[in-house]
Design a protein around this ligand. Structure first.
Ligand SMILES: Nc1ncnc2c1ncn2[C@@H]1O[C@H](COP(=O)(O)OP(=O)(O)OP(=O)(O)O)[C@@H](O)[C@H]1O
Length: 984
């Protein structure tokens, strides 16, 4: 018989409760390690080294991207080389680039048909002529057409005009329709003068060169002179021999190499240098997006260590890639790389790439999605490409102001493209050497605004400028990685000294952006919550410093500002959302405080505010005396907290061992101890076997265990565990509970969970939040006794007493009804369950003594008694909170009764009166008890309802519906919410 023992358990919190059993089991493990954490410069150096190693590992594990960044230069140089070879091959087929050793003479060449011209528009004319008012000139032109050697020219292929002016205006309005024109003037009987017009531009197409002198001018001139002479002499057969021969000449060569680089070089070099920029921007934004940066910040990483570790690693990568570009360029024998000094060319590329890395740092402060990073990277390339086109003339030429030159030069691609141009020009003339190191300051042209030396100075300056700007913006712009600093934070002595951590600082940039409505204060309904609030307020007014308090929360409130989304036709605005509406509570040292609440209650937001991830809207919290609203306070807090966030924040490419080493270094653990501590933590969370496996291939449970281990690293004085056991199998979960239980000693733990069992076992004190407010606070027993329905008593029967079970259990039922007014809530053959209301607590000792005495009479084999479950308490609180907001917002759900009536009730209503059921027997009508549960998404939904029961006399109506009968067909009514407590 166990009655007496179990009864003690309920009333006195037996030492053998589940919680205490677990404590004993785990007591010999995970003792907090007393160790001194490093600080100051040694910590900065340690963090830098660890982060540098992380960057190196990530690059090593992402070999394809790293190789692309390092050796893409080969591809670019190869492409330029191929283009150069293609140009060479093209030039070889061109007549201009052939050796002319024995040029052929042109003897009396005919006027060619206009269609022979390389570029021609149809209809075309073989030639035009002017002077058509003279009969003699007309005859001369007719003779030219008739006597053209080998091809008489038809009259529709020739156009005549009065004078040269008319020809010019025709040429202007008919471009490319005629290769030449003849102008005649009959001066007197023995003098006829003439002139020839041809387009003098030499044209080249597909390797063929069209020289207008040979092709059009000479034939026209010969024909005109021949026919003028015949006309003057009067002999139509008069003739003379005429030959025309070009010089023997070698093929034109030597300009091809330069032209391939000069045509494609600037854009290819820009594209090559942009690769590192885009990769870096992507890496930074990804770390931000996956909240890895946030995790490091929570662990107390120095901004300086973070930025310098990236800068150093990227500096090395850009150094190697610039070097490889110059070496590949030399290997392919480009005079750009061979004639110009190696150092000048290398320095230009390296400095430019470093500039682009700084620019990536700056841009990363404004971008939160890695997909946007690629788009922004492409846009920057596009802008650079456009500015590169104009950089030659604007603004580095006379006629532009110094200011425009200075502003223009702040964008690194502009100075870079100018540098590339200078280097291209320096070796574009055959026989002229490029720019040597000593000549980097020499100005080669008359209007010279930038020399290579000045470009180097500019690039060094802009690199520093962008880098410092990036660090500054990272500190003041609100983003996912923590409380933002005051705009002039660096001018405050406390920033450098680390003191005044308990002072609230206002004036971060987020305080100027947008306004959020003030949080109105609501006095808590619950007595315990009110008492807690009064105590905290009193302590705050008195300035009492309780050494046992780890966290003191003073009216913490968080309102997420509304967002504006731009659609295609209109913009959609969402209202600000109050996630926490004034939280007051103390969290003691050496205790585990369990924060419960339905989805969206504000638990994670509370943790985010306490860990400095989300800036608070109002109120404050002191963690070991440091204000979360002070950047100095926050950096002190980060040294003493460990956080296991709701979602695992891990690098897929790093193993659990590497994660622990990294975070241990960030925390400042002595390097000599890191290995052993990591091994111990891995063993504690049962990850030793997977220590060297990358976290990307872990199961959900393994990732959670690693996150718990990370939270416990460095012996933090306050640990935040946000749903740490989600996704774990029961065995591992119990194991993690042991770890958490054991880690309580010497520190405070704030745990949020959806597992009531977990809260019951681990929580020393439990707070339940709903709709942003604390609804109840206290120990598990206190909550169960205050918010549960009562004591649950299960009576089991002796096995052979089953023939007529129904009859034989009647005396027991009557016994319960008579003494305690309790009806069974479960009536089975083997057992029966009763709920005994709290107000009967005083009668219980005598009642159970009597029950024990009559156990043979009732056929009882065992009696168990316990409090209502925490789950019941939780559901009660959540339901009440839902009812509160549903009443305010008018959110209704439909309850379908067995009679077919549809009753509309606010979410969370428990006792609901059915309108229209009033009669003589039940003058107030009937009511039902609605049973609620949480669905998969955490929302309250109806799970069933009780049979109809009369509404007792003294029950008040909480929520009177505006209109009662809604439907005409199937009866649909709006229910009345009743203020009824069944135990009263
Ligand atoms: N960045 C945000 N912007 C706007 N609203 C937010 C933001 N983050 C959270 N919220 C809202 O604030 C409320 C509280 O969210 P929070 O994540 O703190 O709840 P929770 O109690 O942790 O819930 P869960 O148990 O599901 O984790 C929710 O309604 C949520 O939609």
């Amino acid at each position: 018989m166990v009655v007496g023992f179990l009864f003690n358990f309920v009333i006195n919190e037996s030492p053998l409760s589940t919680k205490n059993k677990r404590t004993r089991k785990a007591s010999n493990r995970l003792l907090p390690l007393i160790m001194t954490l490093r600080g100051g410069l040694p910590l900065l150096h340690q963090q830098f080294t660890a982060l540098f190693k992380k960057n190196l590992l990530l690059s090593w594990r992402n070999k394809s991207a790293t190789c692309l960044q390092l050796f893409s230069s080969f591809f670019f140089i190869l492409v330029i080389f191929c283009i150069q070879e293609a140009m060479k091959a093209n030039d070889l087929t061109s007549t201009r680039h052939k050796n002319v050793t024995d040029p052929k003479a042109l003897v009396s060449p005919p006027i060619p048909p206009c269609e022979d011209k390389l570029f021609v528009r149809l209809p075309c004319y073989d030639f035009l002529w002017s002077g058509n008012q003279s009969r003699r000139v007309t005859d001369i032109v007719s003779a030219i057409m008739t006597n053209n050697p080998g091809r008489p020219i038809p009259s529709n292929k020739v156009q005549s005009f009065k004078g040269p002016e008319e020809v010019d205006s025709w040429l202007l309005s008919h471009p490319l329709q005629v290769p030449g024109a003849l102008h005649f003037a009959e001066m007197n009987a023995s003098v006829i003068s003439y002139g020839v017009q041809t387009n003098s531009s030499s044209v080249k197409r597909r390797g063929r060169v069209e020289d207008p002198t040979f092709k059009f001018l000479v034939p026209l001139q010969i024909a005109a002179e021949r026919e003028i002479a015949r006309s003057l002499i009067g002999d139509p057969k008069f003739s003379w021999g005429f030959g025309f021969k070009q010089f023997a000449s070698p093929a034109i060569s030597g300009t091809v190499t330069t032209s391939a680089i000069s045509i494609m070089g600037p854009v290819f070099f820009l594209a090559f240098s942009m690769l590192g920029f885009v990769t870096q921007l992507g890496s930074l934004v990804t770390e931000k997006e996956l909240k890895l940066r946030q995790a490091m910040t929570m662990m107390g990483v120095f901004d300086t260590a973070y930025w310098f570790s990236w800068l150093t690693w990227e500096g090395i990568l850009t150094f190697v890639s610039s070097l490889s570009l110059v070496l590949f360029g030399m290997m392919f024998h480009f005079s750009f790389f061979l004639k110009n000094s190696f150092f000048v060319v290398f320095l230009l590329f390296w400095l430019f790439q470093l500039n682009m890395i700084s620019l990536a740092f700056v841009l990363s402060a404004f971008i939160s999605k890695s997909s946007s990073a690629t788009t922004i990277g492409f846009l920057v390339f596009l802008v650079s490409f456009i500015t590169q086109i104009v950089s030659d003339s604007f603004p580095y030429s006379s006629g532009h102001s110094v200011t425009s030159r200075v502003v223009w030069s702040f964008f690194p691609p502009n100075t870079f493209s100018k540098g590339v141009q200078i280097l291209i020009e320096a070796n574009s003339t055959p026989g002229v050497s490029g720019i040597s190191w000593s000549e980097r300051s020499v100005c080669r042209s008359a209007a010279c605004f930038l020399t290579m030396n000045k470009i180097f100075i500019w690039l060094s300056g802009t690199f520093l400028f962008w880098f410092l700007l990036a660090v500054y913006l990272d500190n003041i712009i609100p983003n996912a990685s923590g409380v933002r600093k005051f705009v002039f934070y660096f001018l405050k002595p406390s920033y450098w000294t680390g003191k005044e951590g308990n002072k609230v600082q206002e004036g971060s940039i987020c305080s100027c952006i947008g306004s959020v409505p003030p949080v109105e204060h609501v006095t808590p309904e619950d007595q315990d919550v009110l008492e807690e609030e009064t105590l905290v307020k009193q302590q705050a007014i008195n300035g009492t410093d309780d050494a046992n308090i780890a966290v003191q929360i003073h009216g913490l409130a968080k309102t997420y500002p509304g967002t504006t989304k731009l659609g295609c036709c209109k913009c959609k605005k969402t209202a600000p959302f109050q996630a926490i509406k004034g939280l007051w509570m103390n969290i003691a040292k050496d205790q585990l405080f369990c924060l419960l609440g339905p989805n969206g209650a504000g638990k994670t937001t509370t943790i985010s505010c306490l860990t400095g991830i989300n800036p608070v809207t109002a109120g404050d919290a002191l963690i070991y005396g440091n204000s979360i609203r002070s950047s100095v306070g926050m950096s002190n807090i980060r040294k003493m907290i460990g956080v296991c966030p709701q979602f695992d924040i891990l690098w897929d490419a790093l193993s659990s061992e590497e994660h622990l080493h990294l975070f241990a270094s960030i925390k400042g653990l002595p390097p000599s101890s890191i290995k052993s501590i990591a091994e111990k933590l891995l063993a504690d969370v049962k990850l030793t076997g997977a220590a060297k496996i990358r976290a990307g291939s872990y199961s959900g449970g393994m990732k959670r265990r690693l996150s718990v281990a990370i939270a416990l690293i460095g012996d933090p004085k306050l640990v935040f565990l946000d749903e740490p056991t989600t996704g774990m199998d029961p065995i591992t979960r119990r194991h993690v509970w042991d770890i958490i239980q054991e880690s309580k000693r010497g520190r405070a733990i704030i745990l949020t969970t959806h597992s009531m069992e977990e809260a019951d076992i681990l929580g020393d004190r439990i707070g339940i939040m709903a709709k942003g407010r604390l609804r109840c606070i206290g120990t598990s027993i206190r909550l169960k006794s205050r918010f549960g329905t009562g004591f649950i008593t299960t009576v089991s029967f002796i096995e052979n007493k089953n023939d007529d079970a129904k009859t034989s259990t009647e005396p027991l039922k009557s016994f319960f009804k008579e003494r305690l007014k309790a009806e069974p809530i479960e009536d089975k053959k083997a057992f029966m369950t009763f709920v005994i209301p709290h107000d009967k607590e005083k009668l219980l000792t005598r009642f159970f003594e009597e029950l024990q005495e009559r156990e043979h009479e009732f056929g009882i084999s065992d009696i168990q008694i316990g409090l209502a479950t925490l789950e019941e308490v939780f559901l009660n609180i959540a339901r009440k909170a839902e009812l509160e907001s549903a009443t305010a917002e008018g959110t209704m759900v439909t309850l379908e009764l067995e009679s077919g009536i549809l009753v509309e009730i606010p979410v969370g209503a428990r006792f609901v009166g059915i309108p229209g059921t009033e009669n003589a027997e039940n003058p107030r009508g009937v009511m039902v008890e609605v049973y609620w549960q949480q669905d998969g998404s955490g929302s309250m939904c109806i799970s069933g309802h009780s049979p109809d029961m009369p509404i007792p006399e003294n029950v008040a109506v909480l929520h009177e519906p505006s209109s009662q009968v809604l439907g005409l067909g199937q009866r649909r009514v709006r229910g009345t919410v009743l203020d009824y407590e069944p135990n009263n």
